[in-house]
Design a protein around this ligand. Structure first.
Ligand SMILES: [Zn+2]
Length: 256
C-alpha cells in the first residue's frame, strides 16, 4: 500500500469516534476516496480547520485496503465566501452531493474534479443566478459520467419537439415527441424556452453561465428538471434537492 499526492476537494465529513473524522474526497487523479483524518477534532490538530466541505487541498494520502488515511493536507482554496452566503452555500452543497453520488468509491471520471473546482470558484465570484450555474453543473456532471441528457430532438424518432409543453422523460434521459411518448415512467413537462435554456447550459462554459439571466420561475423549472434527471441517472435521491427547492420557493413567494 503506497502513499500518493493529489489535489482534492472535501465533499462531506462524518465523525469517527472521539477524535477522528472520515472525509469523502474527490481527487484530481484518483477518483472518489474515503479517507480517515486522525485526531482532526482535537484542538491543535495539525490539520487545523482545513478539512471542511468545500475546501480544496493538496494532500498526501496513504492508500489503505478500504479507507485511505490523510498524512498531510495543505490548503489550496478555502472557498470561505461560500460559507458566508446562505444562497451560495446551499447551491454549493448540491454540487458536492452530486459529485459524491454520481461516483462509486475509487471510481475515476476524468474532468469531474476540474468541473467542480471551476464551478466552486465561479460560484464564489460574481454570479447573476446561482440556480442556473447549479443546473448547468448538474447537466455537465450527468454528461461526464456517461449520461448526456438528450435535449435536442425526440430521442426515439429524431423529430424536432416543437409547440406547447415538451415532455422530458426522466428514466430515458431525454425529450420525446407526443407520438413516441410512453405511458409509463416519470416525466416533467417543460416550457420550450426552458428546454432551450437547458441546451445552452449544457453547452456553455461555466464562466459564461455565470453571466446568464432568466426569470425566477424559469430558473427554478430548469434547475428542478436538471436535478431530477441526475437523480434518475444515478438512481439515487439527492437530499439537498429538496432543501434548495424549498429555499427557492420560499424566496419566490416573498414580495420584492
Ligand atoms: Zn418521436
Amino acid at each position: 500500500m503506497a502513499n500518493f499526492k493529489d489535489e482534492a476537494i472535501v465533499l462531506r465529513t462524518y465523525d469517527l469516534g472521539e477524535a477522528d473524522r472520515i472525509l469523502s474526497l474527490i481527487t484530481s487523479r484518483h477518483g472518489l476516496r474515503r479517507v480517515v483524518a486522525k485526531g482532526v477534532k482535537r484542538t491543535g490538530s495539525r490539520f487545523g480547520g482545513r478539512l471542511e466541505p468545500f475546501t480544496q487541498v493538496r494532500a498526501l494520502l496513504h492508500e489503505g485496503r478500504n479507507l485511505d488515511t490523510v498524512i498531510q493536507a495543505e490548503t489550496a482554496r478555502t472557498h470561505a465566501a461560500l460559507r458566508g452566503d446562505y444562497s451560495k452555500f446551499l447551491h454549493g452543497q448540491v454540487m458536492l452531493e452530486l459529485v459524491e453520488k454520481s461516483l462509486q468509491e475509487r471510481q475515476e471520471v476524468p474532468r469531474l474534479f476540474d468541473i467542480l473546482r471551476v464551478s466552486l470558484d465561479v460560484l464564489e465570484g460574481e454570479v447573476s443566478d446561482p440556480s442556473l450555474l447549479l443546473a448547468a453543473f448538474s447537466l455537465k456532471v450527468s454528461a461526464l459520467t456517461g449520461y448526456r441528457p438528450h435535449l435536442d430532438c425526440c430521442l426515439h424518432c429524431g423529430r424536432e419537439v416543437a409547440g406547447g409543453k415538451v415532455s422530458l422523460d426522466l428514466g430515458e434521459g431525454g425529450v420525446t415527441c407526443p407520438r413516441c411518448r410512453s405511458h409509463s415512467g416519470e416525466r416533467v413537462y417543460l416550457d420550450p424556452e426552458c428546454l432551450a435554456l437547458m441546451r445552452r447550459l449544457l453547452r456553455e462554459e461555466m464562466s459564461a453561465v455565470a453571466r446568464m439571466e432568466c426569470g425566477q420561475r424559469e430558473a427554478m423549472e430548469v434547475l428542478s428538471a436538471s436535478l431530477r434527471l441526475a437523480e434518475a441517472f444515478m438512481e439515487r435521491p439527492l437530499k439537498s434537492r429538496h432543501v434548495i427547492m424549498r429555499y427557492l420557493e420560499g424566496n419566490a413567494r416573498r414580495p420584492r
